[in-house]
Design a protein around this ligand. Structure first.
Ligand SMILES: Cc1cc2nc3c(=O)[nH]c(=O)nc-3n(C[C@H](O)[C@H](O)[C@H](O)COP(=O)(O)OP(=O)(O)OC[C@H]3O[C@@H](n4cnc5c(N)ncnc54)[C@H](O)[C@@H]3O)c2cc1C
Length: 387
């Protein structure tokens, strides 16, 4: 089999690596996602913006570079390996959706500022009673003159306490079937009536519950047609598909584990010589190759104009569960020391694997839970009746 990438893609990979070496120091590469501060991420995104890489597939007039799908894939893969930020709600969901469904005014108001890394968006989809079953969302948007009035509650509105805007899904028709009464809005987070309450996750990261009390948003900030929001939300998922789970992030963790095991010595006990540890490392390296191939296949399909809906689900399930197996193995190989937090003088690799273990939970249900994705594989991939 020949998996060689075109020359221009390989050249681009080298350019990205040079950029990372110059702009993303070693001290940040080994931090978990939750340890990288919002300010560090914003500063770095401004540098990506200068290269035209934040929205690289878009045309130049909007701040992009018209890069191909494969180039975009290699970009995400390389950045994820080094733990560098490469996409936000604004770049992966808002900009591509606006390009397709936004008015000219919405495009020219928001996309260049997103491309320049000037503005950021929170994602307002989930609610207390609408997570997996997102179409049941209840936050109400009622038309009043040339504004909508928003009332309700959102759960897990990550970044709501920092972002400039919220990409918000709200119910505009309570009588229509649930998928047909939803609209999408861009709401200024400084608008009166929005209250943000922190929710802390086990990995130490912050997300939020947000309360929307008579918040007014101009009709001009509704995206596309009224009550068509569900369709736009589903289409936006297409844009996320190739980046839905970067396998290279697990490869980095694996490489660090192997590096650690190679030299570790606990008072004469050397994990590198333990048959059980060697077997686990061998199993993980095999699984990693499988995950990589699944990921390349999904990226290739997108580059050929195909929609890898069940194939992308396979990448996400296999990759996220491999990440859990890997971090679980790492904490076992490091024995009780593996539970020590960053900062403890006895924490192996300065707590890197402990952080990675905690951070490995969220990807199994974020952006579509693995249970639901298994149903997609069974129904769309294997032709079984819908469950
Ligand atoms: C740290 C964090 C950050 C987040 N950030 C955001 C954000 O920025 N914006 C946003 O909108 N949302 C965000 N989310 C929400 C996330 O998308 C939801 O957690 C996810 O959609 C699951 O919804 P839920 O938590 O309500 O779980 P539920 O929908 O209650 O599901 C609970 C469990 O039941 C399973 N399940 C549910 N229905 C079925 C079924 N029909 N068949 C089989 N199994 C089923 C699920 O797979 C899951 O394992 C975030 C969540 C977390 C934890």
């Amino acid at each position: 089999m020949d998996f060689q990438l075109p020359d221009n893609v390989e050249e681009f990979r080298s350019e990205i690596k040079e950029f990372i070496d110059a702009e993303w120091p070693e001290s940040l590469r080994n931090k978990s996602q939750t340890e990288i501060s919002y300010e560090e991420e914003r500063t770095f995104c401004k540098k990506l913006a200068k290269k035209g890489w934040l929205v690289m597939s878009l045309p130049e007039e909007y701040g992009g570079k018209r890069r191909s799908i494969l180039e975009q894939y290699i970009f995400q893969e390389t950045m994820a390996y080094y733990g560098a930020p490469y996409g936000t709600t604004a770049t992966t969901i808002v900009a591509p959706t606006l390009m397709r469904y936004g008015t000219d005014e919405q495009k020219s108001t928001f996309i260049p500022r997103i491309a320049a890394g000037e503005i950021d968006f929170a994602l307002g989809y989930s609610e207390p009673n609408a997570g997996t079953d997102l179409a049941s969302l209840q936050l109400r948007a009622e038309l009043d003159g040339d504004e909508y009035v928003l009332n309700g509650t959102k759960m897990f509105t990550s970044l709501a306490h920092k972002a400039d805007y919220c990409w918000l899904a709200a119910r505009t028709d309570t009588d229509a079937p649930k998928h047909k009464g939803i609209s999408l809005f861009i709401v200024d987070m400084k608008a009166p009536g929005i209250t943000t309450r922190p929710l802390w996750t086990m990995g130490g990261g912050r997300t939020n519950q947000t309360f929307w009390d008579n918040v007014r948003v101009p009709v001009s900030q509704r995206i596309g047609e009224e009550n068509q929001g569900w369709y736009y939300v589903a289409t936006a998922l297409d844009f996320e598909r190739i980046g839905v789970f970067p396998v290279s992030r697990v490869r980095r963790q694996f490489d660090r584990l192997v590096e650690y095991v190679r030299t570790a010595d606990f008072g004469g006990y050397r994990p590198a010589q333990d048959p059980d540890v060697r077997r686990r490392i061998a199993d993980l390296s095999t699984d990693l190759e499988v995950a990589q191939m699944l990921s390349y296949r999904a990226a290739w399909m997108v580059s050929q104009g195909q929609v890898p809906n069940y194939e992308a689900a396979m990448v996400k399930i296999f990759g996220t569960e491999l990440q859990q197996r890997l971090t679980h193995t790492a904490t076992q190989v490091l024995e009780l020391y593996g539970q020590l937090l960053e900062g403890s003088p006895h924490a192996p690799a300065n707590g890197y694997f402990e952080q990675a273990y905690e951070a490995a939970v969220m990807p199994t249900f974020g952006a579509g839970s693995n249970e639901i994705l298994r149903q997609i594989i069974a129904a769309r991939g294997m032709g079984l009746p819908r469950g």
